[in-house]
Design a protein around this ligand. Structure first.
Ligand code: PGA
Length: 251
């Protein structure tokens, strides 16, 4: 019922040249995917990557977006600027934005509402740190991120949520299938409480945090996991193996 969605997050990696080369390599490998496919790329690469992906099933997304229409916000990018290039998705509230650049739930909320108003699908990231998991407050932390980050959203089914345990990002440490499923089921239940149970059944929830060609099948087999937000493995053709998780038997 929910169409799986695998998205890459290039972070501050790649150049126009290496990115174009990778997309050219990925195009034939992902063309028969049974899921939606996107690559979220650094803002400066968006025009070149949109061109590289043209005519393929790879959508291009941004790694952030500002809430204002325009104005004095040095270094930020507006929805209109993204839309001009046909950008379909924007990652919002990634833990690296929260950790290194002071992103708050309030900022996440403003960015999310702006993206939705412009027809850009926000990929809203939530997740706990290792300290929070070990302190037994994972659900409390995620509940707040969802409640405050999604406040005022009219149609939550237009939002993609990415559950990214901070301790699993870029560390090679993945949440076990059971941990990921449990927390994502909690996210779905919370969406049901904050919005409506029917919407909760429809909303796409991805897992992110060292998802790779080897572990994607087990994670994707979990009933509440609808996709992945892939960091380092999206910088190589391994990304295609994840996209084809349902017919990739080599590992
Ligand atoms: P990773 O990153 O796959 O390199 O752990 C995931 C993410 O930060 O979205």
């Amino acid at each position: 019922m929910r169409r799986p969605f695998i998205a890459g997050n290039w972070k501050m990696n790649m150049t126009a040249e290496s990115g174009t080369k990778l997309i050219e390599e990925l195009k034939p490998l992902v063309k028969d995917a049974n899921c939606d496919v996107a690559l979220c790329v650094p803002a400066i690469l968006i025009p070149a990557m949109v061109k590289a992906a043209q005519g393929s099933n790879i959508a291009i997304g941004a790694e952030n977006v500002h809430w204002a229409e325009s104005g004095a916000y040095t270094g930020e990018i507006s929805c209109a600027q993204l839309k001009e290039y046909g950008v379909k998705y924007a990652i919002i509230g990634h833990s690296e934005r929260r950790q290194y650049f002071g992103e708050t739930d309030e900022g996440v909320n403003k960015r999310t509402l702006a993206a939705l108003a412009h027809g850009i699908t926000p990929i809203v990231c939530v997740g706990e740190t290792l300290e929070e998991r070990e302190g037994g407050v994972t659900e409390k932390v995620i509940y707040k991120q969802l409640k405050d980050g999604l406040a005022g959203v009219e149609d939550v089914t237009k939002v993609v949520i990415a559950y990214e345990p901070v301790w699993a990002i870029g560390t090679g440490r993945t949440a076990t299938n059971v941990q990921a499923q449990e927390t994502i089921a909690f996210i779905r239940k919370t969406i049901g409480e904050l919005f409506c149970p029917k919407c909760a059944e429809k909303v796409i929830i991805q897992y992110g945090g060292s998802m790779n060609a080897k572990n994607c099948k087990g994670l994707m087999a979990q009933p509440d996991i609808d996709g992945g937000l892939i960091g380092s493995a999206s910088l190589k053709t391994e990304f295609a193996q994840i996209v084809n998780y349902d017919n990739y038997f080599e590992n």
